[in-house]
Design a protein around this ligand. Structure first.
Ligand code: ADP
Ligand code: MG
Length: 266
């Protein structure tokens, strides 16, 4: 990495991991979950972390979010130690919404925590709901909408936080295939438009190939970088279904799938 790239990782949304390892517990029962991992992510990248179940993907994401401190090594986001709640908007596999609130209420709460003045929240809420394909649903109750729609609300809420970093941990894993594809289409579009740095965790080579501007394959536990692949597929101005049918996408998907398998076996 050049000096210029290294400097960019210190600006808003850039991530630097230096010799990061994580261990759960102590003594003979300790679990070495991750690392050592070195990673430099410049702002605006859509990084997909892919690897077999249990290889340390969620651990790495939690460390970047600041939910936990790494056992060893150092982590910087935007040039500083990550702080939970401040550093990143986070989306989990289960949407974790407030069930007693409406769709709009959930997004407005996030805007309130982000410090958006009350008089601006309604307009901003509508912008965010529109961006995730939920225009006109603000008054609906959480239990009245589908699982896919709930995950869209979770994404809108994460975007509301206005952080330069978005972290997503297998957010579409519990959805049916068709809903998952539509959410992938929308997330790809939203991420290109927002220019935010994103780190997306999945065990699916298909999802990695479709979403990533860069794909990092992790070994089995303790997860280390097995492959770090820049993606050349077009990011904008392309029909998502055409992209999925293209030879370039199918070749990439096969390459990632093979790498995940051999990294899990190694
Ligand atoms: P992934 O998200 O890739 O499936 P995780 O990061 O959740 O993997 O877990 C990596 C390893 O660390 C697994 O072996 C898991 O069982 C272990 N692990 C995760 N969280 C804890 C914890 N809180 N205490 C002990 N072991 C844990
Ligand atoms: Mg996980």
């Amino acid at each position: 990495m050049s000096e210029l790239d290294a400097a960019r990782t210190r600006t808003a949304g850039g991530i630097r991991l230096h010799r990061v390892s994580h261990r759960y517990g102590r003594g003979p029962a300790a679990v070495n979950a991750l690392g050592p991992v070195d990673l430099e992510v410049p702002p605006g990248e859509f990084l997909v972390l892919v690897g077999a179940s249990g290889c340390g993907k969620s651990t790495l994401l939690r460390l970047i979010a600041g939910f936990e401190a790494a056992t060893e090594g150092s982590i910087e986001v935007s040039g500083a130690t990550p702080r939970p709640g401040d550093t990143a908007g986070v989306v989990f596999q289960q949407p974790r919404l407030f069930p007693w609130q409406t769709v709009g209420g959930n997004v407005e709460l996030a805007l309130k925590y982000a410090g958006v003045p009350r008089e601006h929240r309604a307009r901003r809420r509508e912008e965010l709901l529109t961006r995730v394909g939920l225009e006109g649903t603000a008054a609906r109750r959480i239990w009245e909408i589908s699982g896919g729609q709930q995950q869209r609300v979770a994404i809108a809420r994460a975007l509301a936080a206005e952080t330069s970093l978005l972290l997503l941990d297998e957010p579409f894993a519990a959805l049916d295939a068709l809903t998952r594809e539509r959410l992938q289409d929308d997330l790809r579009r939203v991420s290109v438009a927002s220019g935010r740095t994103s780190v997306f965790v999945t065990h699916s080579a298909d999802e990695a190939a479709f979403l990533g501007s860069r794909i990092v394959v992790l070994t089995r536990r303790p997860g280390r970088v097995a492959l770090d692949l820049p993606v050349e597929l077009p990011r904008a101005g392309v029909d998502p279904d055409d992209l999925r049918a293209s030879k370039e996408f199918l070749d990439l998907r096969r390459e990632v799938g093979r790498a995940v398998k051999s990294a899990a076996a190694a």
